[in-house]
Design a protein. Structure first.
Length: 111
């Protein structure tokens, strides 16, 4: 998956803070993998008005509003094309996804 410059910076910062046992963001209490509820709980604790799925929906809406082709937006979300179309779609669109994710990162960056 292509990551924005800022996402790569966050991962580099996390690498320095981790225990080195293979988890990028381990649970602060157990040191093990985070649960499915960890991110929604953090969003509530930070009193952010939204949900993880809402961020995905915001990305998809932004793509539509800015003229991003449907297939590219869906690929960025990890959605798989099925059926006859999926049988012929072999590209990962990586070279097109990189600048799109960078643009999204700039769009959501706090100012």
């Amino acid at each position: 998956m292509p990551l924005s410059t800022r996402a790569l910076e966050v991962l580099a910062e996390a690498r320095g803070a981790g225990s080195g046992e293979g988890l990028v963001f381990p649970s602060p209490t157990t040191g093990r993998a985070l649960t499915n509820e960890s991110f929604p709980k953090l969003i509530r604790e930070l009193t952010i008005d939204g949900t993880p799925h809402g961020m995905r929906a915001a990305f998809r809406s932004w793509c539509s509003d800015t003229g991003v082709p449907r297939d590219l937006a869906e690929m960025c979300l990890g959605h798989v094309v099925k059926g006859v179309e999926g049988a012929y779609q072999r590209s990962d669109m990586l070279d097109r996804r990189r600048p799109l994710m960078e643009a999204w990162s700039e769009h959501v960056r706090p100012r």
